[in-house]
Design a protein around this ligand. Structure first.
Ligand code: ADP
Length: 366
């Protein structure tokens, strides 16, 4: 089945075209500006590969109504447009991509929405209800969780790598990219995750704060005159590694500066790893143990010192990694020593293939 996947972010788009179930792309493109670049890219794809069976789109937030992958009917499109309150930047870009496909490939091709919140639809109320007034829940204010497409991909890949039945596995998946979240997976299902109502909750990230004392926000509004727009910008764009270090939101720059002796870079790294460990500890308790910890996405796949630090601190679990394998990771590798009681997997993030898999499942009715 020939499937085109459009994986949009707030600032760039990854396009993948392949013959599912092969994960090898027949064509791919990484686009900076969607308005200017998507249309010519799709035209050149069509020139090479005129037969496209389905187009899958990553949609960050489907709001309370849409979690399950679904064809992009006029009703679904309208609903996503109405969810811009939940994810203003993302949903607008994603709908633009859907309309571009209509224009270039034609209105007849089946387009499918795959939601980043979908994998977390298995959370129990205890994990998704916020302890505010009950009316919040009725208003759609609850934990949705994000990065679900890659968390689901990693859960499947981990089971295959370990040659274990997913039903018998407890996993903690650390998706550490520009955005970062943990997912606790039991029996192949998401049971908890650190991101919440928005992708701002949980771990410290490149430029996002992650969880804070909500009293800080009340203080800033009341005594420092901050507006919603200012807080939104500060918490999303000027916090995290960048905010603490004053240097960069990119873990590579933080590690370099730390090695060069910069104390604020070291502080940023220490806060990042401290918070990561603390949340891993929370997921351990939720799962009642863990078979494997997965590192994925830019930081998770590439940061040798981060993995070493986290794994050293988890030695009390009987977890031990091979330092040589950690330093020269092959992707999709188990870096735990043979006698380690917990496996440690590095898995290359692959949202595109997971979206293609969802499209295939919907089309074939499997
Ligand atoms: P996104 O969340 O936007 O999809 P990625 O998963 O590609 O992002 O992660 C991007 C981040 O990965 C970069 O901002 C950078 O901090 C981090 N990264 C990439 N390579 C390395 C590396 N060699 N060492 C440490 N961090 C890295």
């Amino acid at each position: 089945m020939k499937i085109l996947v459009i994986n949009g972010g707030s600032s760039s788009f990854k396009c993948w075209f392949g013959d599912f179930p092969s994960d090898r792309p027949l064509w791919s493109a990484h686009l900076g500006a969607i308005e200017a670049e998507l249309e010519p890219a799709l035209k050149s794809l069509l020139a090479e590969h005129p037969k496209i069976d389905a187009v899958g789109h990553r949609i960050v937030h489907g709001g309370p109504r849409y979690r399950e992958s679904t064809p992009l009917t006029p009703e679904v499109r309208a609903a996503i447009a109405q969810q811009v309150e939940f994810a203003p930047v993302h949903n607008r870009f994603e709908l633009e991509a859907v309309r571009t496909v209509d224009r270039v490939i034609g209105g007849d091709v089946l387009q499918i929405a795959v939601f980043d919140t979908g994998f977390h639809s298995t959370l129990e109320p205890a994990a998704f209800v916020y302890p505010g007034p009950y009316s919040w829940l009725e208003d759609g204010v609850r934990r949705y969780g994000f990065h679900g497409i890659n968390h689901q991909y990693c859960a499947g890949r981990a089971a295959a790598m370990l040659q274990r039945d997913p039903a018998s596995l407890k996993l903690i998946i650390c998706h550490l990219g520009n955005g970062a979240s943990l997912c606790a997976v039991r029996g192949g299902k998401s049971v908890d995750t650190t991101m919440g109502f928005t992708p701002l909750e949980g771990l410290m990230m490149g430029t996002r704060s992650g969880s804070l004392d909500p009293g800080i926000l009340v203080y800033l509004i009341r005594h420092r005159g901050y507006t919603a727009e200012q807080l939104d910008r500060i918490l999303n764009k000027e916090s995290g590694l960048l905010g603490v270090s004053g240097i960069s939101g990119d873990m590579r720059n933080i590690t370099e500066a730390m090695v060069a002796g910069n104390p604020r870079a070291k502080l940023a790294f220490d806060v990042y790893t401290h918070r990561l460990l603390r949340e891993i500890g929370g997921m351990l308790a939720v799962l009642g143990g863990v078979d494997a910890i997965v590192f994925t996405a830019g930081v998770g796949e590439n940061s040798v010192p981060l993995r070493q630090m986290v794994c050293d601190r988890l030695a009390f679990l009987g977890l031990k990694i091979d330092a040589t394998q950690n330093a020269q990771p092959k992707l999709d590798q188990d870096i735990a020593t043979p006698d380690s009681k917990v496996r440690v997997l590095i898995i290359r993030a692959n949202e595109e293939w997971q979206i293609a898999k969802e499209c295939h499942r919907l089309v074939s009715g499997a």
